[in-house]
Write a protein that binds this ligand. Structure first.
Ligand SMILES: Cc1cc2nc3c(=O)[nH]c(=O)nc-3n(C[C@H](O)[C@H](O)[C@H](O)COP(=O)(O)O)c2cc1C
Length: 322
């Protein structure tokens, strides 16, 4: 008799939030999921992370806001959103009864902004958890980006944690010298999970017109071009924190996602790839199962952080110069 092998377990816990699948849709890249429901079975993805919302409405940056680059894309949307008042009154009720988890995303320009928006959004039943996008300038410290300062990261995470009981994911920026130091502050401040990474700063110039190709001059690079940066960031963060990591940056295929799990991520998020094929996340869920079965694993957590990097410890690092 041939015994049917048990299905490998793909579910993942981010704090108190249990996701059936370890695939999240990146903030700003999947709407609220509704737009994709004619093409995708949302029950086959773990969660949708909503576009970041701010205290006041924002029109966003002047165009062009998107520019394609080799292996990726530069964006400078400028956090366009209707502001939290409108959002709570007219948008959030639409997120009820989604067949996957819904994670709200909060952005701000002061501690007060974050606390106000996070507290009010987390109070809504339609939202299962919150992600805090800290890649924003703090007006009170000359525009220093929260995510680029261990102190500001600590302050904003502690302040939001004080008003939010629901699971809290803190999204880190790669535009720092030591992402591990920032990750430690976010964990100590009370984060339940970390999203690693947001976009990488970049710029492109039109050489005929001799002007920047983005209306905002600079922007954030996403897509496959940033994947090795993101995998390294996950690897470095995973060595210093105990909370789960949602790896992201350039994931297009199951093998890409596997790199992140092996580097130490417990879940992955897909952003830019959705613009070319919104079915990728559901496909990855199916193919992950196959991979685990082929390699005799009963659950995804058996491979998390299992890249064999030999005996190399942080003290052995001697630089990466070519
Ligand atoms: C057009 C666009 C809009 C985005 N908007 C947000 C946002 O509002 N908040 C946020 O935290 N991240 C935002 N991101 C970042 C993505 O969620 C994701 O972290 C990043 O693009 C890296 O993943 P990817 O290479 O799979 O896109 C945006 C990215 C893109 C391309």
């Amino acid at each position: 008799m041939v015994m049917e092998r048990a299905k490998p377990r793909l579910s993942v816990r981010l704090g108190k939030l249990e996701l059936e699948y370890p695939t999240l849709m990146g903030s700003g890249c999947y709407g609220s999921g509704e737009e994709y429901s004619p093409f995708v079975d949302l029950a086959r993805i773990g969660a949708v992370v909503l576009k970041s919302v701010t205290r006041h409405p924002r029109l966003g940056n002047a165009g062009p806001r998107l520019v394609t680059t080799p292996g990726g894309m530069l964006n400078a949307i400028g956090l366009q959103n209707p502001g939290i008042d409108y959002y709570l009154e007219h948008e959030v009720h639409k997120f009820a009864d989604r067949p996957c988890a819904v994670i709200g995303s909060v952005a701000g320009f002061s501690l007060e902004d974050y606390v106000d928006v996070a507290g009010r959004l987390a109070a809504r039943d339609e939202v299962d958890a919150l992600e805090v996008n800290i890649s924003c300038p703090n007006v009170a410290s000359e525009g220093e980006t929260f995510a680029c300062s261990p102190q500001l990261t600590s302050q904003v995470v502690r302040a939001v944690r004080a008003v939010v009981k629901k699971p809290l994911i803190v999204k880190l920026s790669p535009n720092v010298t030591d992402i591990a130091a920032i990750a430690r502050e976010a964990e100590a401040g009370g984060a339940d999970a970390l999203a690693v990474i947001n976009t990488v700063r970049g710029m492109a110039i039109d050489v005929e017109r001799r002007v920047p190709r983005l209306g905002n001059v600079t922007g954030g690079l996403s897509g496959p071009a940033i994947r090795p940066i993101a995998v390294l960031a996950v690897y470095e963060v995973a060595r210093v924190v105990r909370i789960p990591i949602v790896g992201q940056g350039g994931i297009e295929t199951t093998r890409d996602a596997l790199e992140f799990f092996l580097a130490g991520a417990s879940a992955v998020s897909i952003g830019t790839a959705n613009f070319t094929d919104p079915r990728i996340p559901a496909r990855i869920a199916g193919e992950l199962e196959e991979y685990l079965r082929e390699h005799n694993h009963g659950s995804l957590d058996e491979i998390v952080g299992k890249a064999n990097v030999g005996l190399r410890s942080p003290d052995e690092y001697e630089g990466d110069a070519g």
